[in-house]
Design a protein around this ligand. Structure first.
Ligand code: HAM
Length: 427
């Protein structure tokens, strides 16, 4: 029996006609756009292991979060230590920041990280057990400008990837004083309706009533709609911070909607939280999300520095790009595809292709086909821009025909001047 890939995972492949978002060249171009944008905004890359001591996530992400309580891949290593595959990057970045005393290197630390994350969720379209996040963390700045910068960076990345019709949904969960006030208000509101609540929400009412606002259970829907708003329970400092973030986003023309039901599923958030959603993905419609987590570093034994960040799921980004026919991240394609006829021509084509490649022109030679027709089919399959058939006539005359595969138009070129000729062609 053939061995199959584990449930909830997928391969990233050189070609994949059925699921084009799984094609590796698309991933490479998307990753390049994202990383370049982050670098322009002053972020530097950090890479951490894909597994950590389980207690990092217990303390960092929070034991009451679904991610930690239900979704972690956890096992004991041979030394009996509890290890978990990282379900997200923030806690790992904080651990590394503390462990390497990065705080000493300056006052504001802008970091990004990209790689696979693992959550034992029920797989469905847009939701996987191994998925990839691009994650950003800005540590050290408490002011609203940092919030606006991070949200702007996320939007700028989406813009450069050609994504459209996205909604930035913005909220605040206040500082701890505001949240205490709000928690009491929520308990007072939900308690008389306890019996109507879903089983999960009954537990949340005890542990973390804010999470009830996140509930998708039909029996909670109406109650959640009518629940009191965090926005009327903010203390003056939290209110001021939120207003400033909104004012700055207005000034830099980042459109957003305030949505006071966003609380986020991870426990470390305070003040600003946000999600970016799309109509083009079905149920898993959040492509990126984040927020402020002042106090998290201190909780993990580090310096008491504020922080804010986001993560965006690359699978979802790629799927939206394809469904919206984004022009970004087109497949890498050869400019020229040589079809040699005979041994002598094959050597000549190999030399010409090598010369092209040494000069940064993508070139391919058909080394297998015995027939011109198959060679032409292969050129089309490779998505080449031009193809050239080289046989004894071409070798003798020193001239060849370049065929533009899309328009079917041909032009003549000199074999010895081919490189110059190709360099002059605009694709
Ligand atoms: P999160 O909301 O749990 O936040 O995940 C961020 C993004 O990761 C989601 O919006 C989604 O695009 C993607 N994602 C999450 N789970 C899956 C899955 N099972 N399959 C596919 N994509 C998924 C965080 O992880 C926070 N660490 C973000 C953050 C960084 N906050 C501050 N700094």
């Amino acid at each position: 029996m053939k061995i199959q890939i584990p449930k909830g995972t997928f391969d990233i492949l050189p070609y994949c006609a059925e699921e084009p978002w799984q094609q590796s060249d698309l991933w490479q171009s998307v990753e390049a756009v994202i990383c370049e944008t982050a670098r322009e905004y002053g972020y530097k890359e950090i890479r951490t292991p894909i597994y950590e001591r389980t207690e990092l996530f217990d303390r960092g992400v929070g034991e009451t979060s679904d991610i930690v309580s239900k979704e972690m891949f956890t096992f004991d290593d041979k030394g009996g230590r509890s290890i978990s595959l990282r379900p997200e990057a923030t806690a790992s970045v904080m651990r590394s920041f503390i462990e390497h005393n990065l705080a000493q290197a300056g006052s504001i630390h802008k970091l990004f990280c990209l790689g696979p994350m693992f959550r034992y969720e029920r797989p469905q379209s847009g939701r996987y057990r191994q998925f990839h996040q691009f994650d950003v963390e800005a540590i050290g700045a408490a002011g609203p400008e940092q919030d606006a910068e991070v949200i702007d960076l996320l939007c700028q990345i989406y813009r450069r990837l050609g994504l459209k019709n996205l909604k930035v949904r913005l909220n605040t969960v206040g500082d701890s004083e505001s949240r205490d006030l709000y928690r009491t208000a929520l308990i007072d509101y939900f308690k008389p309706h306890f019996e109507q609540l879903s089983a999960d929400s009954k537990i949340r009412l005890e542990k973390n009533p804010l999470r009830i606002l996140d509930s998708k259970a039909p029996e909670d829907k109406q109650l959640v709609l009518e629940a009191p708003s965090i926005l009327s329970h903010l203390n003056p400092a939290s209110q001021r911070h939120f207003q400033e973030v909104c004012r700055l986003l207005d000034q830099i023309e980042v459109p957003y909607e305030i949505d006071d039901r966003i609380v986020r599923g991870l426990d470390y958030y305070n003040k600003t939280v946000f999600e970016v959603t799309t109509e083009d993905l079905g149920a898993q419609n959040t492509i990126g999300a984040g927020g402020r987590y002042d106090g998290l570093l201190a909780t993990l034994g580090g310096p008491d520095l504020p922080g804010i960040g986001f993560a965006t799921g690359l699978e979802r980004v790629l799927q939206v790009m394809l469904s919206q026919k984004s022009p970004v991240g087109k497949k890498a394609r050869p400019l020229i595809y040589f079809i040699p006829l005979g041994d002598e021509a094959r050597t000549k084509c190999f030399l010409l292709a090598t010369q092209c490649r040494h000069n940064k022109i993508a070139a391919e030679v058909d080394l297998q086909s015995k027939k011109v027709q198959t060679g032409l089919q292969n050129a089309t399959k490779a998505d080449a821009v031009y193809c050239a058939i080289v046989g004894s006539d071409e070798l003798k005359s020193g001239r060849l025909q370049l065929k533009h595969l899309e328009s079917r138009q041909t032009s003549e070129a000199n074999l010895e001047q081919l490189l110059n000729h190709l360099q002059g062609l605009v694709v």
